[in-house]
Design a protein around this ligand. Structure first.
Ligand code: PLP
Length: 494
């Protein structure tokens, strides 16, 4: 009489083997190995006898015996007089992130990093975060790169300064002092592969696994990914009309080691972190030994009123790592970002940074330094500021006239995107998926939240790389798609 299988073993027979596919022995070996590695069969538990398993899977007993022998030889299982037991592997069973199991052989913390519903091609209409690519002065840039290649000569082909080309670090320090109120010397500026690498470096260098990191909710997905990859305990903190909202109770509960914020233009909702909150955050961070990552990704494009100075320069020796990027002000494929390391961290961080970074992209860095120093960068920023202002105005007009769905519009005092909030009966992910089929790539607001509330529903619309002439047809189409996505339970009217 066939013996019943232990609960643990059910995962081994939950699907038949594919008789027309790869050799059965290989399929069974893969299945058992993966179940053991993923912790789906517990160490110490007994595998079903070869006859039981061969009956359950309708395969020959010899196949099962051969696989068990191979697993013994590899150390996944041990055989004794009572049967075949799963070995206690020294690696812990993989932790699961939310509901999804981690892939075998991959760090379990990576399963917490989710991909977006749809990001669309970089040139797709209304995609956030992409600047006006066709307006970039490519010919001027090419000349600057050519000059840099000539000037650097063969030495420019070697490894560079791990912190980046000194000329660029000096140009950035000068520019930040003048335009963003950042207080720093060139020695504090470290060039990175975009701001994204800078966030990841901060997460790795300023925390230990398991430390608490606060991130804005809803907030920048790249920051969350970096924190997950550093194995941090991420605590989402809501943002409101004054930006990141935290109070004494938050600090009393579990003070963070790291706080990620976009104070000049909260991404994606668009608030500006108020000065009282900035000062309170700095004071509390100082008191608790926490570091603030100030991601100043798009504040160069200020559209309303005076530019808001960076938190970093607000008080002396603020516990702030200021991060910037040339992805918006120049172009994303340049992959040049930077972080401004507080003076007090230079000594402890310099040795590891010098080992972690290798320098490089010298020609682009030298060209960029010359671009900034010659005033070309400032002129380009001025042109783009005017262009984005016009584009934003055009998009607002098109939404007023053609977006026939109740909504609220947020953000827009800087940068290249607007956020349209919608009632929950218009599910943003369904709209985004449908829009993708028409080459339109807004991003779903709910995708920016770790624990989305009903109000985290809407569309983030990027106008940086989409010309005004297209807004009317695009908004009309979006409006149709939003209405079509309305959930039946809520549908009103005929
Ligand atoms: C909030 C925020 N920070 C930083 C970045 C920039 O990253 P990078 O410089 O790596 O392109 C982006 C890009 O979209 C962003 O939205």
């Amino acid at each position: 009489m066939p013996q019943p299988l232990a609960d643990d073993s059910l995962v081994l027979i939950d699907a038949p083997l594919d008789k027309a596919g790869a050799p059965l022995q290989r399929q069974l070996h893969d299945r058992l190995k993966q179940a053991i590695l993923a912790g789906r069969v517990t160490p110490g538990s007994r595998l079903p006898g070869s006859r039981v398993l061969s009956d359950a899977l309708s395969i020959s007993r010899n196949t099962v015996t051969a696989v068990y022998e191979l697993l013994v030889a590899e150390g996944y299982v041990q055989s004794d007089r009572q049967g075949t037991r799963v070995a206690a592997l020294s690696r812990p069973p993989l932790r699961v992130g939310r509901d999804e199991p981690a892939a075998p052989g991959v760090a379990s913390r990576l399963s917490n990093i989710r991909t977006m519903v749809s990001r669309g091609h970089t040139t797709a209409a209304l995609r956030p975060g992409v600047p006006a690519l066709a307006q970039f002065p490519l010919a001027t840039w090419r000349r600057a790169v050519d000059r840099a290649i000539q000037q650097a000569g063969p030495a420019g082909l070697g490894y560079g300064d791990p912190f980046g080309a000194p000329a660029l670090r000096a140009a950035i320090a000068r520019h930040l002092g003048l335009s963003r109120g950042v207080r720093c010397t060139p020695a504090q500026v470290v060039i990175t592969e975009g701001a994204q690498e800078a966030v990841a470096l901060c997460a790795r260098m300023l925390t230990n696994p398991g430390d608490t990191a606060w991130i804005e909710e809803p907030g920048y997905r790249g920051a969350k990914a970096a924190m997950h990859a550093a194995d941090l305990h991420i605590v989402p903190k809501r943002v409101d009309a004054e930006g990141l909202a935290t109070g004494d109770a938050d600090w009393a509960a579990r003070p963070p080691r790291l706080i990620y914020t976009t104070p000049s233009h909260q991404y994606p909702a668009g608030a500006v972190l108020s000065v009282p909150r900035r000062l309170a955050l700095i004071a509390k961070a100082r008191q608790h030994g926490a570091w603030i990552i100030e991601d100043d990704y798009d504040s160069e494009f200020r559209h309303a009123g005076e530019s808001i100075a960076a938190m970093q320069g607000l008080v002396d020796h603020a516990p702030v790592l200021y991060l910037g990027t040339f992805s918006k002000t120049m172009f994303p494929s340049l992959r040049v970002g930077f972080m401004v390391v507080p003076e007090v961290l230079l000594a402890p961080l310099s040795p590891p940074l010098k080992e972690l970074l290798r320098g490089g992209h010298l020609h682009e860095q030298l060209a960029l330094a010359a671009f900034i120093d010659s005033g070309e960068f400032g002129r380009h920023l001025g042109r783009m500021r005017r262009l984005y202002r016009d584009r934003q105005r055009g998009l607002r007009d098109a939404l007023t006239r053609h977006f026939k769905v109740p909504h609220t519009l947020e953000g827009g005092h800087s940068g290249m995107h607007l956020t349209v909030r919608l009632a929950p009966r218009f599910p943003d992910t369904a709209i985004v998926e449908a829009a993708g089929r028409y080459g339109i790539s807004p991003v779903a607001l709910s995708g920016f939240a770790l624990r989305p509330l009903p109000e985290d529903n809407g569309l983030v619309l990027g106008y940086g790389n989409t010309p005004v002439e297209l807004y009317e047809p695009l908004v009309k189409r979006l409006s149709q798609l939003v209405r079509a996505a309305e959930t039946p339970a809520h549908k009103t009217g005929p």
